[in-house]
Design a binder for this molecule. Structure first.
Ligand code: NAP
Ligand code: F7E
Length: 344
């Protein structure tokens, strides 16, 4: 019988980690997940895979080399997916040291241990469109990197020093996915898409009056996380390692997202006012969206739209869910979750 492949996922409790674990299990992998101790049981956050017979969770932390070495020794992975990160761009302005520790040094620790314990393992690292910062769209693998946040800077340093650096210096098989924003019903509740779908669902059910946001004009290229984890796996099935932009090629503003989610809930919206005085009203004239500058960032990435031609050509990857389908999926999931919570 063919030996099952083994994958180690850091960040398995996050949005992408949970989808990737499910995807790899369907492909008959043995999945190991590095989880850090938190006050809430990590198993609760990945109910869909936590009790699967082919999943093993190992306590560890990207800030702790000994724990990484132990995880590698226990799992002896053929493939490593490094998804763990302080992934909140807004928070990175408030916690730059933590962001640098995990997002930059964390990859360094992992690679140094992997080099001796599993030198043949293929490694995927989660890079990001935030590395492009204020470079104008469309952005692809050859566009200039110009990050504007501690998050973007840490991810760019990890990309340059470790992904490209170790690939060249030590011949390691490391791929990086330069992923544009991708969302799902499992998205963290502080990211703007999920904040919008949860809040509008609560407003629809009469449990909240108003959704309070920051910059409505920022544009993002939003795709579905389930489509993006397929690309991670595809990268590691290549003969040679490379870097790939993963994106839909279509961008929308935060305002567009609010309107699309409201429409899904049959809440037609109109806007009036400017800047922090702008408001969104429902068809009865109730103010349901307001602006608070506490949600503005010290420096903003205004416009991201990816050109993923390389991935489409070399990996034969393409996204399957459209923006409208994504908004519908997220809005319906949150409406159902909140209605169920209210009933129980
Ligand atoms: P996420 O939901 O925030 O998940 C982050 C994961 O990292 C969680 O499992 C978290 O564990 C873990 N983690 C944080 N600090 C850690 C540490 N010190 N040691 C070990 N684990 C740690 O993020 P995501 O959206 O799934 O994103 C996955 C990766 O892709 C991240 O590297 C992110 O920066 C990158 N990325 C995401 C997007 C996107 O749009 N989603 C786009 C481009 C790149 P806890 O559960 O314990 O907090
Ligand atoms: O913000 C604006 C905000 O926090 C999107 C991470 O996965 O994708 C994500 O980073 C936009 C920004 O995601 C609010 O200013 C307005 O322009 O949902 P977000 P992000 O910063 O794009 C990249 C690719 C990653 O790599 C990251 O890990 O929305 N915005 N009002 C708001 N954002 C938030 N969070 N909250 C608001 O109230």
């Amino acid at each position: 019988m063919k030996k099952r492949k083994r994958a180690l996922i850091t960040g398995i409790t996050g949005q992408d980690g949970s989808y990737l674990a499910e995807y790899l299990l369907k492909k008959n992998y043995e999945v190991y997940g590095l989880v850090r101790r938190t006050s809430l049981d990590p198993m609760m956050r990945i109910e869909t895979v936590a009790h699967h017979p082919n999943v093993r969770l190992i306590y560890g932390n990207l800030r702790d080399s000994a724990s990484i070495a132990r995880a590698l020794n226990e799992s002896k992975p053929d493939e490593i997916y490094n998804l763990a990160a302080q992934s909140d761009v807004g928070i990175s302005f408030k916690c730059p040291e933590e962001t640098m520790e995990v997002n930059y040094f964390g990859l360094g620790r992992l690679l140094i241990e992997a080099m001796t314990i599993v030198p043949k393992a293929k490694i995927y690292h989660a890079s990001t469109s935030e590395m492009f910062g204020d470079t104008r769209p469309p952005q692809n693998e050859t566009s200039k990197f110009s990050p504007v946040s501690p998050y973007g800077v840490a991810k760019l340093m990890a990309y340059e020093d470790y992904v490209r650096g170790y690939r060249k210096k030590y011949g390691m098989f490391i791929c990086s996915g330069i992923l544009f924003n991708h969302e799902s019903p499992r998205r963290g509740e502080h990211f703007v898409t999920r904040k919008i779908t949860i809040s509008l669902a609560k407003i629809k059910l009469g449990l909240q009056q108003c959704l309070i946001l920051g910059n409505l004009n920022a544009r993002r290229d939003w795709g579905f996380a389930g489509d993006y984890v397929r690309a991670m796996h595809m990268m590691l099935q290549q003969k040679k390692p490379g870097d790939y932009v993963i994106a839909t090629g279509v961008s929308h503003s935060v305002r567009d997202f609010v309107e699309a989610a409201a429409a899904e809930l049959d809440m037609t919206m109109s806007w009036s006012g400017k800047g922090t005085k702008e408001v969104g009203k429902d068809r009865s004239g109730n103010v349901i969206v307001k602006i608070d500058k506490k949600f503005y960032r010290p420096r903003e990435v205004h416009d991201l739209r990816g050109d993923s031609s390389k991935a489409r050509k070399e990996l034969n990857w393409k996204p399957e869910l459209s923006f409208t389908e994504l908004v519908r999926m997220m809005t319906r999931a949150d409406l159902e979750m909140i209605a169920t919570r209210r009933r129980s």
